[in-house]
Design a protein around this ligand. Structure first.
Ligand code: SF4
Length: 222
């Protein structure tokens, strides 16, 4: 299920991102010419009783921004769900579109930024503007024991939230692939390289590496 983010879906607080998400939705990629793109902020998705959550950077231009569900309909999603399925954490081996019946087993996925940024590069002001939505998710999902951050910006986004509530210093939480940190409220923060085509195609992130990260996560949540 998606969160009933009433004001999220109509949010236009970041002019640059609003213009970009809508221009992508209008221009479309040739192979998706018959799609009506979502073209709006993309809410998180999953189980409200989730014990674990995945956090990414933002919806992808022709993935989440097309389908309306985060980590859905692009190569990053396919890589992610191939391995979540192998690890027993999802019921399907791919995430294709909003009505595909995908279930995260006691899990939830979201992004720190709800609109696609040009070249996947958000500005600091945009991340700050969007933070209340991510904060609401973190504070609503009270059963979460583990957060898996995919990429440095997602990792930083989680730490920024904790920095506003606890006297922590980000330098004590260095980002590294397959890193594990205990957060001040007892949750575990695991970090991984993002499963982007760039990282996967260059073998910066391999199946073996990602399965190892998921095995580490399962040790915490199972
Ligand atoms: S990125 Fe967040 S704050 Fe900015 S327009 Fe999208 S939903 Fe609103």
């Amino acid at each position: 299920m998606t969160f009933p983010e009433t004001n999220l879906l109509t949010c236009r607080a970041c002019p640059r991102l609003v213009a970009f998400r809508e221009s992508v939705a209008t221009a479309k990629r040739k192979q998706y010419a018959d799609w009506t793109y979502w073209g709006k902020p993309v809410p998180g998705y999953g189980d409200r009783q989730a014990t674990w959550m995945i956090v990414g950077l933002a919806p992808a231009a022709h993935g989440g921004n097309r389908t309306g569900r985060v980590f859905t309909g692009d190569k990053s999603a396919s890589f992610l769900f191939k391995h979540l399925f192998q690890s027993g954490l999802s019921n399907l081996p791919d995430s294709i579109e909003r009505n595909d019946g995908l279930i995260l087993r006691q899990g939830y996925m979201t992004a720190v930024l709800k609109c696609v940024p040009p070249q996947d590069k958000p500005q600091a002001v945009e991340l700050a503007q969007c933070r209340p939505y991510f904060t609401r998710e973190l504070e609503t999902l009270t059963n979460v024991k583990l957060i898996l951050a995919l990429g440095r910006i997602a990792f930083n986004g989680v730490l920024t939230y904790y920095q506003t509530r606890f006297p922590i210093k980000k330098r004590d939480f260095p980002f590294q692939h397959d890193g594990i940190n205990e957060l001040p409220d007892g949750k575990v923060l695991v970090s991984s390289y993002h499963p982007s085509p760039r990282n996967v195609n260059t073998h910066r992130l391999t199946s073996e590496m990602f399965l190892s990260v998921l095995a580490r996560c399962k040790e915490v949540i199972c």
